[in-house]
Design a protein around this ligand. Structure first.
Ligand code: SAH
Ligand code: SF4
Ligand code: F3S
Length: 436
């Protein structure tokens, strides 16, 4: 028997959808009368995990060990531990067997967390890794207080089955939340302090409700009073409809930023990845987006060292980067995931080759990011202030193109102000508030 926990701590890893889930779990625990606390003192620690790349699972086990040791040393007891998120979904009961944790809860079942915690308090490990589509949203308390830039999940799961990826197995099939529920939650977020909402989904642009697509949702949210900015992520090239491209031309509150992962510049590798788009179709798609919104900031994801990737195929990824012109992008070394088709392919790439390719790709992407930031210097744009900076009097906000901007002055979190950009670094810009 463990006493029912009074305090909790949630640690989220991985993507923005996990950040959103972590916020919702915190609200759920708050609604039970529990109070947030630091990890080294909390009665209940929730590890909201990610399974996308290697060592994620091992890291969860070592985190559990460390949490227990810290609390045992400092307070003479161990916390109740819940493993949530994608490792919970992928590993299930194995986590209870290996680490003797109290609760295991999958990403579609966390609305049951209070019940599972109550069961664990009786001394019985509690597990729920069901994948019921959308059930959880009906069981979550309303949003109370959020930051000026808030996340909102509108779509979950993935049917694409890229051969390297675990997401279709950990998050289940593609489902879209209903239109009215999303608009209601967005209004609630604005009432709770949001001025910007980023719509989230593993394939957010696959959001569909009868004959309506993501662009219809964006146009409806554009009419929500007090909501100044709309963003969405992550998109799949094959779900980038003309309607959504047109929205980038027409909807002022839709920010000029598009995260459109491509993964590789080689058609042979794309096919082996089951990406269902080609290098050329991706580049043509970007052209169409730029025709609608010439200043759009393009972001992407890349994987280097997919099984069988040759030097020449990797060179095609570098040349795609040159052609596409990214404002920023993420790049990863291929990581074999148990149970995915690519994990057993011949031609796994040696670590030193992967390291070298990743370095070269990141050098190119960093160069382009700096070029993009430098080109903004001298212009004036609205900046949404999100938090205090490190220096006294300094605030940190975001430009429409998702660049971090440091501004000095008498500003509050949530202010949306005109800023003249004066200097660019590789990762951020400096600006001055334009006198009115
Ligand atoms: N649904 C999104 C992204 C999901 S995962 C999309 O398809 O675009 C985020 C990124 O992690 C992917 O875009 C990919 O670049 C990377 N990723 C996924 N599985 C991986 C693996 N096994 N090894 C390395 N990177 C991986
Ligand atoms: Fe994974 Fe591909 Fe689905 Fe993205 S589209 S989540 S990379 S399977
Ligand atoms: Fe990770 Fe799951 Fe997100 S595997 S990237 S937390 S969908």
């Amino acid at each position: 028997m463990k006493p029912a926990p009074q305090t909790f701590h949630i640690k989220s890893f991985g993507c923005q959808m996990n950040v959103y889930d972590g916020e919702r779990m915190a609200e759920l625990m708050g609604a039970q009368g529990m109070v947030a606390a630091e990890a080294d003192v909390a009665d209940l620690v929730v590890l909201n995990t990610c399974h996308i790349r290697e060592k994620a699972t091992e890291k969860v086990y070592s985190d559990i060990g460390r949490l227990r040791k810290d609390q045992l040393r400092n307070h003479g007891r161990t916390p109740m531990i819940a493993v949530a998120g994608c490792v919970a979904q992928a590993e299930g009961e194995e986590i209870v067997r290996r680490a003797n944790v109290d609760v295991v809860v999958g990403p579609q079942a966390y609305h049951n967390l209070p019940t599972l915690v109550a069961q664990a308090a009786t001394g019985q490990a509690a597990l729920d890794t069901d994948l019921p589509a959308l059930t959880k949203f009906g069981h979550l308390p309303p949003r109370r207080r959020v930051s000026p830039s808030a996340f909102q999940t509108v779509q979950e799961g993935c049917d694409k089955f890229c051969t390297y990826c675990v997401v279709p197995y950990t998050r289940g099939a593609e489902v879209s939340r209903p239109f009215a529920a999303i608009v209601d939650e967005a209004k609630g977020l604005v009432d709770a302090g949001a001025r910007e909402i980023t719509l989230l989904g593993q394939n957010v642009n696959a959001w569909r409700m009868e004959d309506r697509g993501l662009h219809d949702l964006i146009r409806a949210l554009d009419r929500v009073p007090g909501l100044a900015r709309i963003r969405y992520t992550t998109s799949h090239p094959n779900d980038m409809s003309q309607g959504l491209i047109d929205a980038h031309r027409d909807v002022e509150s839709l920010m000029p930023f598009l995260h459109l992962p491509v993964q590789s510049g080689s058609d042979r590798v794309l096919k082996a990845m089951n990406r269902a788009h080609t290098r050329d179709s991706y580049l043509r798609l970007i052209e169409r987006v730029r025709a609608a919104r010439p200043d759009i900031a393009l972001s992407g994801d890349f994987i280097v060292g997919f099984p069988g990737e040759t030097d020449a195929e990797f060179a095609e990824t570098l040349s795609l980067v040159d052609s596409a012109g990214y404002a920023q992008a993420f790049s990863f070394k291929y990581s074999p995931r148990p149970g995915t088709p690519a994990a057993t392919l011949a031609g796994q790439i040696p670590a030193d080759v992967m390291d070298d390719r990743l370095q070269r790709l990141q050098a190119a992407l960093n160069r382009d990011q700096h070029v993009f930031n430098a080109a903004s210097v001298g212009s004036t744009c609205p900046v949404l202030i999100e938090r205090r900076g490190k220096l006294s009097g300094q605030m940190l906000g975001k430009s429409p193109w998702l660049q971090s901007v440091h501004v000095m002055g008498d500003l509050a979190v949530g202010d949306l102000v005109e800023v003249t950009l004066t200097a660019a670094g590789p990762n951020s810009l400096t600006g001055e508030r334009r006198p009115i």
